[in-house]
Design a protein around this ligand. Structure first.
Ligand SMILES: *Cc1c(COP(=O)(O)O)cnc(C)c1O
Length: 359
């Protein structure tokens, strides 16, 4: 361990800050806050909005609900654009709402709604919002930043939030947040109460190569290494790899008769519908207990219905071969007799074909 107010740590922090800008495709500073991803979401709201402001929140799953819950906690008047779970938001509906309600200060959305493994058309949303000088686009990119193309400056995203334990391959404990110039203008008048989340002192500290509060030294040092996967040429390779892991997972699912749940599937996480009669929660518990592999189930209305498989983090081809085999064995354990050894062979072939491809 080293102390955070030392020249040694300052040089790490400067290195990480430079890499984070590349990773987020922005020239703006990217701040690290000591929190989980949800803290980053709260920071996004309190640093740009005021109690009594009106916002539009895209709610298409658990994390959309979280945006709305945080905003309401600060007395922000929250309009909800309800999107059926598993579907992407229709940008035209957002445009129509903003046309009819010019007082809206911000549109809040996920880039990827992790609970349904669905991606939203962020670039199109940005096209709509960026022409309106009185409205910001706040993006929860916690399973999108460094997991799929998301060009903050070029697309015109106003606030982008990330989290260390998702694409960044680290343990939980850091949230990332960057504000566009337009969002910094809003920041000047943002009246939401804040102390820990206030980005103004952070901005001053970062300019001096420090964080305002104590730094999460171990995670920042780890990030300095992890970020090398997400800058320059390496970033393209990493994103292509994630895309291929997702494609491979969808194809393995199809091979075993498991349909992809989302109508707009994400590269970062895939939701597969389990066959009728197979409770996905029981299946995932069985897989964890018997085969030592952790997959996620569904939440709320999707509980028991889907398996969620992540594609971010450090996943090897051997992991994917193991996944193909374990899913096969577990489905057989659950008496899914429509699949046999030939399906398993085909699934393994999918893995080797898709993942050993040269760029
Ligand atoms: C994981 C996640 C969050 C919440 O992150 P925590 O680190 O659990 O606070 C928020 N939004 C999305 C889209 C996520 O995937």
């Amino acid at each position: 361990m080293i102390h955070h107010r030392t020249p040694e740590f300052e040089s790490t922090l400067r290195s990480v800050s430079a890499k984070l800008k590349q990773a987020f495709d922005t020239t703006q500073p990217v701040f690290m806050q000591a929190s989980t991803g949800s803290g980053g979401m709260e920071s996004a709201i309190v640093n740009t909005l005021s109690p009594g402001d009106e916002i539009l929140c895209v709610v298409s799953g658990k994390f959309g609900e979280r945006w709305a819950d945080i905003a309401k906690a600060y007395g922000i008047k929250t309009h909800i654009l309800e999107v059926p779970w598993g579907e992407a938001v229709d940008p035209q509906k957002v445009a129509a709402f903003l046309d009819a309600n010019t007082q809206i200060k911000a549109v809040l959305t996920q880039a990827c709604e992790t609970s349904t493994a669905t991606v939203h058309p962020i670039r199109q949303l940005a096209e709509i919002v960026k022409t309106r000088s009185q409205t910001l686009l706040l993006v929860d990119a916690i399973t999108a930043a460094c997991a799929m193309p998301l060009e903050m400056d070029k697309w015109g995203l106003d606030v982008v939030v990330g989290g260390s334990q998702k694409a960044f391959q680290l343990p939980t404990g850091l949230s990332f947040i960057a504000l566009s110039q337009k969002a910094w203008q809003f920041n000047k008048n943002a009246k939401c109460p804040k102390y820990y989340w206030d980005l103004q002192p952070e901005q001053k500290a970062l300019a001096k190569g420090e964080t305002h509060f104590s730094s999460v030294v171990p995670l920042v040092r780890a990030l300095d290494v992890a970020l090398d996967f997400f800058i320059g040429e390496e970033k393209l390779k990493t994103l292509r790899r994630i895309e291929r892991l997702a494609k491979t997972t969808r194809e393995i699912g199809e091979c075993y008769g498991l349909k992809v749940y989302s109508k707009s599937p994400s590269p970062s996480v895939t939701a597969l519908l389990t066959p009728a009669g197979v409770d996905s929660q029981k299946l995932r518990d069985h897989i964890e207990r018997e085969y030592n592999m952790t997959l996620m189930g569904g939440q709320e209305q999707l509980k028991g219905k889907i398996l969620r498989i992540g594609h971010i983090g450090y996943i090897t081809n051997e992991d994917m071969l193991a996944f193909a085999e374990i899913l096969y064995l577990a489905l057989r354990d659950f008496k899914v007799d429509s699949i046999d050894k030939t399906h398993l062979e085909r699934a393994k072939k999918i893995v080797t074909t898709n993942l050993t491809q040269k760029d």
